[in-house]
Design a protein around this ligand. Structure first.
Ligand code: TXA
Ligand code: MG
Length: 306
């Protein structure tokens, strides 16, 4: 019995399996098994009003999870799947309330990882999966990260190696007019905007995605942001002079590699018991938007009044 065989058996029996994707590892349950999906929330310590993405095998299966697939959703799915894009669509009847927190939309995504593609094909149904970390913490990009975070709370970790993209999917709400971006991610906004003929809007109205909370993706150590490497080194000298243990994260010379390693570097900072890690912000272009978003959330600390 190989690992995919075991994953199939565990999932069909209501268990939880950590799955590799091209973005980050997910903590998966059969999307139609409400009890198993509830266990995801319990294991993550995630509030019930933070909906889960349903991972599906192909764009062709979208119709069985969505009430309707409008032209924007169809265009983006055809161009970007499999890949790091989550589409919010009007939710179909078979999507349980526990996945969407009772919302009228469901997030769908076709992940691009051979092991998970095979798993989805064998199961013939969708997998509900958030990132496989405890709520609010840094997402896992290796099987070892998942094990360190979740230990025995997950029934199997399907080890597919390090995630090649390293930051979560871009989330787009296709049910609004114009279509809105809710979370920058692995597919740059410009690419989506171009596919929509320049009609992509930024998120408006009340916050709809938990990734939009001010604080998220955070290591235990303090995260300080710098806009240049020089500024980071000045800050490092100050902190070191005052007796703190500090380090620098700077991948600004290669944004693809920065995204790939960002979460591992934040975890390393904790392993090295740093008091503070100083992260250099990349420029706001391409993958830079997603990296900036994650770093700002990792660095957020509420003011005493909050
Ligand atoms: O790359 C990814 O998207 C990874 C991999 C595992 O696929 N998944 C991931 O899931 O990042 P999660 O649960 O950590 O983040 C999904 C975000 C959450 O902020 C959630 O609130 C939002 O998507 N979301 C999901 N369904 C939604 C819906 N129907 N309406 C609004 N927000 C939704
Ligand atoms: Mg997450």
């Amino acid at each position: 019995m190989n690992d995919v065989d075991r994953a199939v058996e565990i999932l069909l029996n209501g268990g939880l399996v950590a799955i590799p994707t091209e973005t980050v590892y997910g903590l998966a349950a059969l999307a139609t098994d409400e009890a198993a999906v509830r266990r995801i929330f319990a294991v993550k310590g995630r509030p019930a009003d933070h909906p889960l993405i349903v991972h599906i095998e192909s764009a062709a299966s979208m119709a069985s999870w969505a009430e309707t697939v409008n032209p924007s959703a169809a265009t983006l799915a055809a161009a970007c799947w499999p890949g790091p894009l989550t589409l919010l669509v009007a939710r179909g009847e078979r999507v349980p309330d526990v996945i969407t927190g009772g919302r009228p939309t469901v997030g769908l995504r076709v992940p691009a990882h051979p092991l998970t593609t095979e798993l989805l094909r064998r199961l013939g149904t969708g997998l509900a999966a958030p990132s496989a970390n405890r709520f609010g913490r840094v997402s896992p990009t290796t099987a070892a990260h998942v094990l360190a975070d979740l230990g025995d709370d997950v029934d199997l970790i399907l080890d597919g190696g390090p995630c090649p993209i390293g930051v979560e999917s871009t989330i787009v709400d296709t049910t609004t007019q114009p279509v809105q971006i809710l979370r920058p991610g692995g597919i740059p906004m410009d690419a989506i905007d171009a596919l929509l003929g320049g009609r992509l809007a930024s998120a408006a109205g009340p916050s709809r995605a938990s990734g939009m909370l001010d604080s998220h993706y955070a290591p235990n150590c303090r995260v300080e942001l710098a806009t240049t490497g020089q500024e980071a080194h000045r800050l490092l000298a100050q902190l070191t002079d005052s007796g703190a243990c500090a380090g620098i994260i700077d991948g600004t010379d290669n944004l693809v590699a920065y995204a790939q390693h960002l979460y591992a570097w934040l975890r390393d900072a904790d392993e090295q018991c740093l008091d503070t890690v100083i992260a250099v912000l990349p420029s706001a272009e391409g993958l830079g938007h997603a990296i900036i978003d994650r770093l700002r959330k990792a660095a957020f600390s509420p003011s005493p009044a909050d």
